[in-house]
Design a protein around this ligand. Sequence first.
Ligand SMILES: Nc1ncnc2c1ncn2[C@@H]1O[C@H](COP(=O)(O)OP(=O)(O)OP(=O)(O)O)[C@@H](O)[C@H]1O
Ligand SMILES: [Mg+2]
Length: 619
Amino acid sequence: MSLPRLDEDAVEQLPPDIAKKARALLLSLVRPHLAMAIFLLVIVVLTALFLVIGPIFIADALDKGVPQAVDGDPGPLIWSVTAFVLSAIASAVLAFASTRLVGITAQKVVYQLRSRLFTHIQRLDLGYHERSTSGRLVSRQTSDMESVQQFLTYSLFDTALALFEMAFIAVTLIVLDVPLALVVFLGFIPLFFITKSAHSSQRNAYRRTRTSIAKVIVHFVETMGGIRAVQAYRRQPDRRGTLKDEDTLYRDANTDALRGVAWFAGWTRLVGNVTQTVIIIVGAWLVIEDWTQIGVLAAFILYLRRFYGPLDELVQAFNLYQSASAALEKMAAVLDTDPEVVAPTSPKPLPAHTSGQSANASDATSAREWAQAPSGRSIDLTHVRFSYGDGPDVLPRFDLRIPAGEIVALVGATGAGKSTLAKLVTRFYDPSEGRVTIDEVDLRDLDDAQLRSSVVMVTQESFLFAGTIADNIRIGNPDAGDEEVLAAATAVGLDPYIRNLPDGYETDVKKRGGRLSSGQRQLVSFARVFLANPDIVVLDEATAHLDIPSERLVQKALATVLEGRTAIIIAHRLSTVEIADRVLVMDSGRIIEDGAPDELVSGAGKFAQLHKAWRDSLV
Ligand SMILES: Nc1ncnc2c1ncn2[C@@H]1O[C@H](COP(=O)(O)OP(=O)(O)OP(=O)(O)O)[C@@H](O)[C@H]1O
Ligand SMILES: [Mg+2]
């Protein structure tokens, strides 16, 4: 059987119109700050104006002020110098204000982008996350974000300033002398082509830097996540080797990008200097022919220096811009991915519980007097067919009815499709064909919040988040008070262990994570379920590695948690089956046996064989 394609790079591939999407994304981010953007634009224009106007006052002071002062009239000189000083102060104030405002706005934009990305990533379906590694998403949130931030904070304003400064100088040049100005503008033609070719060649290089740094981060995150396996199997040299390869690709991509920058910088300098030379020659000729004055020529040469100065800044900014736009493209691609499991537009509620459906929650429920007694709901899978993506059918055709309150144990060989079935019942995936219903409501029509509160999946990993044990139990119901957390922990038999920890319920699991055995972690996840109080529990059991006492403990806790609910337990240990009302034996996506545990054990089927082998292993 060929496995469905789980191609990392397929997830990474950028849609063809991504540059447009990235621009649209940037625009949507800036739009809420439009007023500020316009204000900043005004500041840019003013700053550029003051920068360009300064030399005019100096020229004025030299040309007219000084001679008049010599003649005994210091007025014009004082005026020119004062004007120059004022323009200097004004540009200082503007520089402060603009840097400050750009900083604040850029941070706001990046903050927004970061939270939008995070929200979206959390919304993406499990299928997306199973196809892509978290490292790639980490790189979106870190190195790509950093690149966008750098551009917005440091270069966007400088670019605008440089452009305006150049525009004002161009206008000044025209006012000073049209033919000479035209010579300067001729230099723009090669500049245009240089910029164009640098843009397209560098864009590729910068896209490669984003892809390769993502690979470096993916590799790093994976190595850290699997550090136990890495150390246990002495894979360090191997991992280091791979990292080296990926680092090399990143280095090469950066080198290529910077070579582009160097070419660009070199060409612009050359064009600048050639233009100056031409201006001197043509200007000298014009002066000789008496078509212009030497002062104008001097002003031209001074302004040309300033004219090509901003070009250097533009080169730098261009560099950051290329990097940031490649990063933005990557983020736009993530934001452009729609979850395959979508919330219904007009959600249907589940029918209200009738009292008859309510389970016989009697004796063991004193601990949950505060909570509503659990009640099960029926589950139906009708004509379900399922495959991951374009892969082969994992569930070729599936029909199953589980009445409310029934505890079903699902057993079968590895790869039989048990976890897949669990993911359909909890709507982490939608079936390729057919429907999954709870109390006759199609999961695709069910309100997402209600789905998540009535169906809880306990996964194999029993993940603990950074924080205290109490916080970790409270994940089942964030509104639960301390008493309820205590009641839940007591109900599943976790309380005595927690009391033994140095800070009890307030023990930080990050620091004390090592103190929780896998059995205890499992109990934490049961306590979560207890707090969440769902109608349906789907449990992908991970008890295969528990010792016998822990196993007993977990079985007991499980019985308490499941009481009164509908449950599907993927049982890897046959002892779990003992608490089930019904056993389903799965093979290659089909149910090959279905019956009460005793019935199957005494039969001659697959389950009877498995059970016999298990009993033999116990003696
Ligand atoms: N995310 C996925 N993408 C593609 N194929 C998958 C994915 N998850 C599982 N499969 C494939 O689907 C089939 C059923 O897998 P599933 O996880 O449901 O098996 P299982 O019965 O839970 O096995 P186990 O007992 O080992 O947990 C397997 O062939 C597996 O390779
Ligand atoms: Mg599984």
